[in-house]
Design a binder for this molecule. Sequence first.
Ligand code: FE2
Length: 544
Amino acid sequence: MSNIGSPPACTAHRRRFLLQLLKGATASAAFALLNPFEAIASAPAIETTASFNKHPKFKANPFTLGVASGDPLADGFVLWTRLAPEPLSEDGRGGMMNETIALKWRIATDEKMQRIVKRGTALAAPQLAHSIHVEVHDLKPARDYFYQFTAGAFESEIGRAKTAPARSANVERLAFAFASCQHYEDGYYTALHHLAQEDLDFVIHLGDYIYENGISKDRPRRHNSDEPTTLAGYRNRYALYKSDRHLQAAHKQFAWIVTWDDHEVDNNYAGAIDQDDSPPAEFLQRRAAAYQAYYEHLPLRRSSLPVGAQMQLYRRLTFGTLAEFNVLDTRQYRTDQPCGDGVKVRCAAALDERATLTGPAQERWLLDGLGKSRARWNVVAQQLIMAQFDVKAGAAQEFNMDNWSGYVAGRNRLIGYMLRARPSNPIVISGDIHANFVNDIKADFTDERSPTVATEFVGTSISSGGDGYDQRPESLRRLAENPHVKFHNAQRGYVRCTLTPQTWQTDYRVVESVTKPSSAISTRATFVVESGTAGAKKAEGESC
Ligand SMILES: [Fe+2]
């Protein structure tokens, strides 16, 4: 079992320290830390705050890491940036002095920033690497807005974000893309370049935003340090990744909804257990540093402000009556891999009721949300392929013990609940495995004739694994042994989804190359789910 042990000694101090950054935090904001799914009051005006620099002087542009927005609600979203004139400076401070900076933000309805509808000031403090997370409210639903920051004499690029439709709105169309696994060394972000050109309402990132590995040889690009374990180390790894212009462009165009997988901390970690079986207390110190750096670099609400080695990331977002997204965290609360890590024959422990990817509280929250939802499409957005997938060709069966196939009882509880409670059109979207899949989630994966309960779309990597491939003979052999898998492909790219009340269309967008700085893109396959019928069908012909 990988329980979260006693928090590190610094936790209380760190919590107090970070909370102080929520200037004049009101009772409702404090409440929101405990109840992250409640609406959070706008941050109070900062004029009451004691010590900050309103007129900073920078030797170079501090907006080197771009801008971002996230978690769209019907009345607003989160704005993010981090001041870092020297983003890769080894001390993790981004070339900033040890002082709090007042930074201005404004929101307009036009991309030239002339019709301003909201403006304010945010404090960028050294304790959070001079990152800011502004929670904007009181905007109109389902509208495009544009935003820009000013710090000293410098202006950021202009970003765009769209608010969600009103909760009661009957939405006719929603489009989003999901992506994961962007190993910097393995390739260029050619897919993100194309993603930024799409016509989308938002983007979902399912984890492995960074990779923690040290420096490799003979890859298209190189990491900037050995494997990070400290806050400065993780900050610099994020800074390297976020210096990529295609990643910046994709953030600039759309609000992102993010969750993590393992590599934001350590490969295949489970709760307080890392891959090297370090003492849990030691690993939790590292996890605290990694979680804080994650928060500092992504457009998350203050409900995700880390508290020591803990961070509230699972959450729910609703888009009118059309779709609801349950965004999961399958790393922080999981028990250790029941049969050990790796691909192997399943042992009895994989069936243990206590083995869990989500932890009991998140599981209850998920089932409860699915049961109460009134949305047409109910999405479980998470990291790991959920359908059973026997990776061993031939009579023997082997499974990847790090994903849902290693935690069978938890998967059965979720599938059993869907079968009983019948949430409308459950769709699972997954990452992690660096390949595209379309799967039927079966009531019983050993019985081809058992009901299909939900539809799963697994998305490939942005770059992890290098150029990849379309089909190989062994993958076709494996497909034959997993009849609930309808499509497999291991090229790089992202997945575009277009929803209407009647249909869910998924387009697998793939690039030719990630080992060259630019590449063409195409749609490798299109699948459609009809509302009311679980399971995707391949669309005839090619779409663009
Ligand atoms: Fe990955």
